[in-house]
Write a protein that binds this ligand. Structure first.
Ligand SMILES: [Zn+2]
Ligand SMILES: [Zn+2]
Length: 307
């Protein structure tokens, strides 16, 4: 057994080398982004309820409970999908139970090597000391290889990979929807106020109320635009069957059609691989009513060698 293989023995069992947990999530940027997400969502809900819907004149209208329920439903779905994206396994490649000796594959430098036998698309990750299936990549933040890794997202403090991309896209969708809804409510009630007799301290045009509405408007525009761009990129990467990592790699290698084998699948089939093979209504719910990987490939830590 080589020295590197001996080092791998210390990493078996799927534990992070630095903290001993199944996945290392001690990234300060990720924790900060999580707090910022909860703070922003909480603030938006507070302003919509307290400074928009519960204002004199509007709170007596039937539109008040309607919008309150509808907006909070979106907020609940946003938080649920975000929670699933944060805590779900993105598709971490399991580490071997016993150390593997890669000394015969270490003839060249670099972080990974093509396996030299039958499984052309399997590679070896030098950092994880394991074989990894096609399209898996190593995340420098999580310190693990992730199947069909899209990117590491600090807003969910997790990788976006094969098993949690659905929840990540749902989070983007509901964040965009909540931003649009909040903008619509603020602008509508601001520009076309109902006939009100303003109570002291909460009358339309009160400086505090105006400040909250402006802050919510700015927040909604920024987050709305941000998630719309990422949502678009995610959908494009799915229907072209090429993750951003693969796009970059192919561009650097100047082999734009290297992944052509993936793109021959119909777009709906590619979408079903991510969102599940059940009813399309399930695509909107952060649940396991139809597992994206149901019927899909399952990987062990070893390629399918003939031994
Ligand atoms: Zn790795
Ligand atoms: Zn990661």
């Amino acid at each position: 057994m080589g020295a590197a293989a001996a080092a791998a023995a210390a990493a078996v069992g799927g534990r992070c080398r630095c903290c001993g947990r199944e996945r290392c999530q001690a990234d300060p940027c990720g924790v900060l982004c999580l707090l910022l997400t909860y703070l922003s969502v909480g603030y938006a809900d507070y302003v919509v309820l307290e400074h928009v819907l519960l204002q004199p004149g509007f709170r007596a209208s039937l539109w008040c409970p309607f919008h309150a329920v509808a907006f909070n439903f979106i907020v609940v779905m946003l938080l649920a999908s975000h929670t699933r994206a944060v805590f779900a396994d993105p598709g971490i490649v399991p580490l071997p139970d016993t150390a593997i000796d890669f000394s015969d594959l270490r003839s060249s430098s670099g972080s990974s090597h093509k396996s030299s036998r039958n499984n052309e698309d399997w590679t070896v990750c030098n950092r994880c000391e394991t074989y990894r299936p096609p399209r898996a990549h190593h995340c420098r933040v999580c310190h693990r290889c992730v199947r069909r890794m899209d990117h590491h997202c600090p807003w969910i403090n997790n990788c976006v990979g094969e098993l949690n991309q659905k929840y990540f896209i749902q989070f983007l969708f509901y964040t965009g929807l909540a931003s649009l809804y909040a903008m619509g409510l603020v602008l509508t009630t601001w520009l076309w106020p109902l006939d009100t007799v303003g109570a002291e301290g909460s009358a339309p045009g009160h400086p505090l109320q105006t400040a909250h509405r402006i802050i919510l408007l700015v927040e909604s525009v920024l987050f709305g635009l941000f998630v719309t761009v990422i949502f678009y990129d995610q959908v494009v990467s799915i229907i072209t069957d090429e993750t951003p990592i693969e796009q970059l790699r192919n561009r650097l290698r100047k082999e734009p059609h290297r992944e052509v084998a993936h793109t021959r699948k119909p777009k709906i089939a590619l979408l079903r691989e991510v969102f599940g093979r059940g009813f399309m209504i399930c695509w909107f719910f952060p649940c396991n009513c139809s597992s994206p990987s149901a019927g899909g490939p399952s990987y062990s830590y070893l390629p399918n060698y003939d031994v």
